[in-house]
Design a protein around this ligand. Structure first.
Ligand SMILES: Cc1cc2nc3c(=O)[nH]c(=O)nc-3n(C[C@H](O)[C@H](O)[C@H](O)COP(=O)(O)OP(=O)(O)OC[C@H]3O[C@@H](n4cnc5c(N)ncnc54)[C@H](O)[C@@H]3O)c2cc1C
Length: 359
């Protein structure tokens, strides 16, 4: 495996004991939780909490972990992964190289932080502690989670976003998120574009917004360089078929680096889902991944939210927590707000083609 994120580590865990598993990663620490990084930046959890598995755990599982090791090239003829720390022979190679944060193409972008790794989080945490404030560019889930947690911890938080809706949600659900975050102190600047950044703030199409610390969370770019250099077909991500096969024999790709049918998964839940199905397939079990169906779990401060399936069009509230979206008679999506307990069984019912009366 190249990559020790949620995709790589889940696959390694499932295959260990059956195969000889080696994981290489260019970072210097064992697997950590990216969804918890905003809690860490806000000082709401300590560093230790980010690490679900110790180095001993890898050893006990028989997983060889090669940290600070950058994969450079796949020598497909010799079935060897070339890294800056030597070569690794493989029978099967899985790319789980994830993605990096997209940088904005504006003047002064050196004044904007981004957030993807623990190193990024350390830097953001130090700066926010020193300055007591942060401006976040982007109302995707990373921006919203970070804004909510920083406000909860008592920091001054501003968020600028180019629309007035978030995460593909309708206006009602977007307002619900905004109102909850506003109650905890987040100042929103909506329907504005970022024009420029400097040391004191950012210029937007709606005026200048001050903040010494600024972080941009406007999307991801899949890490495809090693695949491209090795002659593996790439688009925006590493191109895969429905069973995670790339264009190169015995080379697979999962998680945020992989592109299936024009889509990049973009979530930890997706990456672990890919890993579970691929581990089944590699062990000769029947399994398939439903790429057409997405479901994601978020927590915006004290507001948990689960988004399931397709959430376009007019929805209707089933009860105070659940809004469902239908196509004809069928329920095709739902948003569960405030209590994620119901989400699991609801997701199973929607996958099975439930009607509103079945819920
Ligand atoms: C702040 C933040 C909050 C998030 N919150 C949520 C959330 O609430 N819910 C959710 O579902 N998802 C969330 N996500 C998204 C989720 O973390 C990602 O979708 C997930 O990590 C993707 O997993 P992955 O295994 O594909 O890749 P990654 O986690 O990106 O891991 C890829 C690994 O590959 C390594 N690597 C890359 N290239 C090389 C190379 N050439 N050689 C060696 N190593 C290499 C990298 O160092 C990295 O460790 C969040 C992400 C961030 C950053």
């Amino acid at each position: 495996m190249v990559g020790n994120g949620p995709g790589g580590v889940e696959l390694a865990k499932n295959l260990s004991g059956t195969f000889d598993v080696t994981v290489v990663d260019r970072e210097g620490v064992p697997h950590y939780s990216k969804p918890m990084l905003s809690l860490y930046i806000a000082g709401l959890v300590g560093r230790k909490k980010l690490f679900p598995y110790s180095l001993d755990w890898y050893e006990r599982k028989g997983i060889e972990l090669s940290l600070k090791t950058e994969a450079k090239l796949i020598d497909r003829g010799r079935k060897v992964l070339v890294t800056d720390r030597g070569e690794f022979q493989y029978d099967v190679l899985v790319l789980a190289t994830g993605a990096r944060a997209r940088e904005p193409g504006v003047e002064g972008k050196e004044h904007l932080l981004t957030l993807r790794s623990l190193d990024d989080a350390e830097k953001a945490r130090r700066l926010v502690e020193e300055n007591g404030e942060m401006l976040i560019v982007g109302g995707g889930f990373i921006g919203l989670e970070l804004a909510a947690n920083l406000a909860k911890a008592g920091y001054r938080v501003k968020l600028i976003h180019r629309r007035n809706t978030f995460l593909g949600l309708d206006e009602e659900l977007s307002s619900l998120i905004r109102e909850r975050l506003e109650e905890s102190g987040v100042e929103f600047h909506l329907n504005v574009d970022l024009l420029r950044a400097d040391s004191e703030g950012v210029a937007t199409s709606g005026g200048y917004v001050e903040s010494r610390v600024k972080l941009c969370a406007i999307g991801i770019i899949p890490n495809v360089e090693i695949a491209r250099k090795s002659g593996v077909h790439v688009g925006r991500g590493v191109l895969i078929d429905g069973e995670f096969r790339t264009s190169a024999r015995d080379v697979y790709a999962i998680g945020d680096c992989a592109e299936y049918n024009g889509t990049i998964c973009g979530t930890a839940k997706g990456a672990t889902g890919h890993a579970r199905v691929l581990s089944d397939l590699l062990m000769g079990r029947e399994s398939s991944y439903d790429f057409g169906f997405r479901s994601t779990v978020f927590k915006f401060g004290d507001l948990p939210m689960v988004i399931i399936g397709r959430i376009r069009g007019r929805g209707r509230w089933l009860d105070e927590n659940v809004k469902v979206f239908t196509e004809g008679e069928r329920v095709v999506g739902a948003v569960v707000v405030g209590s994620s307990g119901k989400a699991f069984s609801l997701e199973a019912k929607i996958r099975d083609g439930a009607r509103v009366s079945d819920l």
